[in-house]
Design a protein around this ligand. Structure first.
Ligand SMILES: Nc1ncnc2c1ncn2[C@@H]1O[C@H](COP(=O)(O)OP(=O)(O)OP(=O)(O)O)[C@@H](O)[C@H]1O
Ligand code: SF4
Ligand SMILES: [Mg+2]
Length: 328
């Protein structure tokens, strides 16, 4: 399987998803947390997954980790990791090939165990190396995340570390599992801007140095601009545009992506979070007919209310819309 890349050439696909849906029973009817998401992520890229709150970003990551609620129904036409169908085995890859970096490092770490003990717990699970070998590996991994004086740090507790240091420890733990695909769910949300930028730079460095691949879940255009090679825009549980991050930021093709950018205070994506645009995403219990964005779309046409939009574009930039040229 091959994926289009930013350069237009093809690269080896690490993750291929077509038509992913996650449905959760509720008293109000089935919650369609994810309606239909396609993702194609090439090995070695940072792929942004961006959209408003509630559009299904985290649930998509949970489906890949096999961490959706037990009562949720997960389905997909295709869900392959490294060429292997993982529709029934996503959880087997968790902590082996796929690891999660969440937005709250303090919650991810155990407050009553030292950093060294927590690193060792991960390493012990994933190797049969001696204690001394594991300790050396832990120090090396902590140092690889840019943490100074790693041997001393091993003796400290999470509360003795800043948020940025805690997030680096969480990243070191992810590396300790041996995973080569990281799902980073809003990894800088709890950090101030400067520290967040440092963590993003670290992830970029690790991608280059260690050949990792990252799914970067975010609602922050600055994150997409700063580190993402490609991005997929989600709306109401649907992937509505996918392409090179630079193209989406400068020439979005789907009216929703265009509206997100236009709604920013100075219409400049860099440094800005997604601003609200008029209207609301449809409730996830609602059945959508036609285009999900039609109630809010400035370019809406009569057929948009009744007919699902076709796939447009080619190669590495695709979108769903009835208009051939959605955005200027
Ligand atoms: N355990 C659950 N039970 C029922 N509905 C859920 C559950 N988890 C998520 N949802 C619903 O699924 C939809 C997608 O949620 P998800 O957490 O994936 O959104 P998100 O894009 O990550 O949003 P945010 O930016 O706020 O983190 C939302 O409508 C949410 O309310
Ligand atoms: S299909 Fe119609 S409503 Fe949907 S984004 Fe395109 S123009 Fe707007
Ligand atoms: Mg989320």
């Amino acid at each position: 399987m091959r994926c289009a890349t930013v350069k237009g050439a093809s690269a080896v696909t690490l993750l291929e998803i077509q038509g992913l849906s996650v449905t959760i029973p509720s008293a109000l009817g089935p919650v369609q947390a994810v309606r239909s998401i396609d993702l194609c992520i090439a090995r070695g890229e940072i792929h942004g997954l961006i959209g408003e709150s509630g559009c299904g970003k985290t649930m998509t990551g949970m489906a890949l980790l096999g961490l959706t609620p037990a009562y949720a129904q997960v389905a997909a036409r295709v869900i392959e990791f490294d060429g292997v169908d993982i529709s029934n085995s996503a959880a087997d890859l968790r902590g082996r090939r796929i690891a999660l970096i969440s937005q709250d490092p303090a919650a991810a770490l155990n407050p009553v165990l030292t950093i060294g003990r927590q690193m060792d717990d991960v390493l012990r699970t994933h190797s049969s190396n001696s204690k001394a070998h594991r300790a050396a590996t832990a120090v090396a991994l902590l140092a690889a995340t840019g943490l100074a004086d790693a041997p001393q740090l091993m003796k400290r507790y999470p509360h003795q570390l800043s948020g940025g240091m805690q997030q680096r420890v969480v990243i070191a733990q992810a590396l300790a599992t041996g995973a080569d695909f990281l799902i980073a769910d809003e990894p800088t949300t709890a950090l101030d801007v400067t520290v967040g930028a440092q963590v993003l730079a670290l992830l970029r460095k690790l991608v280059v140095d260690r050949g990792l691949t990252v799914l970067m879940i975010t609602h922050d255009m600055d994150v997409v601009a700063a580190v993402c090679d490609r991005a997929t825009v989600l709306y109401a549980g649907l992937s509505v545009e996918t392409g090179p991050a630079s193209a989406i930021l400068t020439h979005p093709r789907h009216p929703y992506a265009a509206a997100l950018l236009a709604a920013l205070p100075d219409a400049a994506p860099r440094g800005q979070r997604l601003a609200a645009i008029g209207g609301q995403i449809p409730p996830s219990t609602e059945t959508i007919s036609g285009c999900a964005f039609s109630p809010r779309c400035p370019a809406v046409m009569a057929l948009c209310h009744t007919m699902s939009p076709p796939a447009r574009g080619a190669g590495n930039h695709r979108w769903l819309c009835h208009l051939a040229q959605c955005a200027p």
